[in-house]
Design a protein around this ligand. Structure first.
Ligand code: 13P
Length: 248
């Protein structure tokens, strides 16, 4: 199982230090592939603290241009240099609040890969799309736009996170069979656009209101290769317990 904690815009550098110091003694190495996606300001600190722990480091976004005149932005090269091995791209909060469009997401994915960052590529339908029975259509468009122009071998460095927008931070989750069906739909798109082999190999996570109570049952759903966690990773003790509770 891959378990990713997305800290979002929470925790200062000092708070991250404290968080990691609480997490490490409780973390069972080797059970899961665990990745912590932190704010930019704590990446360098975390890189040193996490060394040898088995927990990998990720960022939450990157610029859609490689370098230069982009005041306030962070490049893929900078993230890699700070020790990040992963980066989240296309999170629904960025799509909605920061108006990230398909073209920009596609550019970000390519730049991340070029800079040796594995991509956690987020897709998911809004409540309106779900109600209009447009979930699969939305997923297809998001996947095809995001992965446009990639070679099949590059998918090895992509993890897809299925996060229904309406499930994020709402305490609501889809039914198990809905999660299974959506992930199957995603694999079908990958099979059509790349190959059956690629579709079977690509790791697909579920995210959206995963907590200590529902983590085990969601992780057991066929097709789910891991979890992307927001709120429930903010407390180190809580998060370490969640990691323990999910069966390998
Ligand atoms: P919650 O777990 O708080 O719903 O957030 C999910 C998420 O957005 C992770 O990227």
């Amino acid at each position: 199982m891959i378990i990713i904690g997305n800290i979002k815009m929470n925790k200062t550098n000092t708070q991250v230090k404290d968080y990691i110091m609480k997490l490490l003694p409780r973390y069972e190495q080797g059970k899961h592939e665990t990745i912590l996606c932190l704010p930019y300001t704590s990446l360098t600190t975390a890189k040193f603290l996490l060394e040898g722990s088995g927990i990998m480091l990720g960022a939450q976004n990157l610029c859609d241009e490689e370098a230069g005149k982009n005041t306030g932005e962070i490049s893929g090269e900078m993230l890699h240099d700070c020790g990040a091995g992963y980066v989240i791209v296309g999170h629904s909060e960025r799509r909605a609040k920061y108006k990230e469009n398909a073209k920009s997401i596609n550019k970000k994915i390519k730049i991340a890969l070029k800079n040796r960052l594995k991509v956690v590529f987020c897709v998911g339908e809004s409540l309106a799309e779900k109600n209009l029975l447009k979930t699969f259509e939305t997923l297809k468009t998001q996947i095809e736009d995001g992965l446009k122009g990639l070679y099949e071998n590059e998918l090895e460095n992509i993890i897809i996170a299925y996060e229904p927008v309406w499930a994020i931070g709402s305490g609501k989750t889809p039914l198990s069979k809905e999660i299974e069906a959506s992930i199957k739909a995603i694999r079908k798109v990958i099979a059509n656009d790349f190959s059956d082999k690629a579709a079977q190999k690509i790791e697909i996570l579920y995210g959206g209101s995963v907590d200590n109570k529902n983590c085990s049952s969601i992780a057991k759903i066929k097709e789910v290769n891991g979890l992307l966690i927001g709120g429930a990773c903010l407390d180190a003790i809580n998060f370490s317990q969640l990691i323990k509770d999910v069966k390998a």
